[in-house]
Design a protein around this ligand. Structure first.
Ligand code: AMP
Length: 407
């Protein structure tokens, strides 16, 4: 308990780029430039655009800006198709200023060192993909020191990797005096941190997605904090089975039935309203073209599987959201990738779009669903990190955030 409290406090009180003076300093900025590439072309540049405010601020303040990031999984060796070179080209266009690419198979090899050495105040250099180095994901000392040797100040603006301890977001901070967070990271900490630790009530959390087993810590942590916990998606069938229902061929984690019952009991003891589906859309095949019908929860015949919440459940969940002042959502209500099983997820997205509550969408599938269904700009905050936002909701300390200096 003590550890968690301590972690939450320090996670929420980090120095940012607004608290330092970088004039004439070499500033290493860990960004999240892990963009999708097809034939060397960037197909979604949201992550580049999201990084611009921090970069512009540091340029305006007269720092020498050295950007770094990982891209894909080159597995510790140079892979030309995963080079960050195309990112330098596009960033130059977006910033209206040259971003010099420091091509270097060692990332911090002779080329990168020479490029940094030649920098003037306000100039920008982008290093090669940090995962060209095998030590990166092992948080190895040598590469951490090499990165630190390039800079006077370190800025972490990559929330997507904040739940991992790697050289370029954690190791490097051991060898620099000043390590702060960027604007993007600060925004994530502010929204997720405030929602979870200081929410305006009623506070409603909606959890969906495939498996109970991957959301255990989230359920447990949120039960301590929320007024209402809504459960949908594949994991609802384990709850239905635990309560004595039949779930046919639906996703079921039989080993977690007892856990599900414990959570129902815990919610009751804590006075948390726990909402589970009352009906489901079921299908005779895992396919968009399958035959479907709507049945009551826990009444799914053999040969059928639940692929979405039913219309009564969608209404119930939308009503619960209407009363909320803060809503956190992680995980779709059904197999939204198939249009015939997207209605439940869409109903929840619509309810969130229409409420005045603060609405926070965890990254990954929920973010994809909200954007795909066209409600993205109606949400208060859509997290840029799937795994990282989930760990935030679990109440864990994120190493990438914890490593920054406290205020
Ligand atoms: P997660 O990564 O745990 O958030 O799971 C997201 C995935 O869960 C999405 O790809 C959904 O298609 C899937 N999912 C949601 N509901 C169901 C369901 N009823 N049956 C099978 N998969 C589901």
């Amino acid at each position: 308990m003590l550890r968690k409290d301590k972690g939450e406090k320090t996670m929420l009180n980090k120095k940012s780029v607004d608290d330092i003076n970088v004039k004439g300093q070499r500033v290493l900025v860990r960004c999240d430039f892990n963009v999708p590439l097809i034939d060397g072309k960037i197909t979604d540049e949201n992550r580049l655009v999201a990084a611009l405010p921090t970069i512009k601020k540091l340029v305006a303040d007269g720092g020498k800006i050295i950007l770094c990031s990982h891209l894909g999984k080159p597995k510790g060796e140079p892979k030309p198709e995963l080079s960050l070179a195309p990112v330098a080209v596009r960033l130059s266009e977006l910033l209206g200023q040259e971003v010099k690419f420091a091509a270097d198979p060692e990332v911090v090899g002779p080329n990168a060192k020479a490029a940094v050495e030649a920098m003037k105040d306000g100039e920008i250099v982008l290093l090669e993909n940090t995962r060209y180095r095998a030590e990166e994901t092992k948080n190895g000392e040598a590469f951490s020191k090499e990165l630190a040797s390039l800079c006077d100040v370190f800025v972490n603006d990559a929330f997507g990797t904040a739940h991992r301890a790697h050289c370029s977001n954690v190791g490097v901070t051991q060898y620099v005096d000043t390590a702060v967070v960027g604007y993007l990271m600060q925004k994530e900490i502010d929204f997720l941190g405030n929602a979870v630790n200081n929410p305006e009530r009623p506070f409603v959390a909606i959890l969906g997605g495939a498996k109970v087993s991957s959301k255990i810590s989230v359920i447990e942590n949120l039960l301590e904090k929320v007024d209402t916990l809504i459960i949908g998606g594949g994991m609802a069938y384990t709850f239905a089975k635990a309560q004595g229902g039949t779930v046919g061929d639906s996703l079921l984690e039989a080993d977690y039935c007892e856990y599900a019952l414990n959570m129902i009991k815990k919610a009751d003891e804590k006075g948390v309203k726990l909402l589970l589906p009352v009906d489901n859309i079921i299908a005779d095949d895992f396919s968009n073209d399958a035959n479907t019908q709507v049945v009551a929860c826990g009444a799914i015949p053999d040969g059928w599987q639940g692929l979405d919440i039913g219309p009564e459940t969608a209404k119930l969940y939308a009503e619960a959201v209407k009363e909320a002042k803060t809503v956190v959502w992680n995980g779709p209500m059904g197999c939204f990738e198939m249009p015939n099983f997207a209605a439940g997820t869409e109903a929840v997205a619509k309810a969130l779009a229409e409420t005045d509550a603060v609405t926070i969408i965890g990254g990954g599938d929920s973010a994809a669903a909200v954007n795909q269904l066209g409600y993205g700009d109606k949400m208060t905050h859509i997290s840029t990190g799937g795994g990282a936002s989930l760990e935030f909701l679990e109440g864990k300390e994120l190493p990438g955030v914890a490593a920054a200096n406290d205020k």
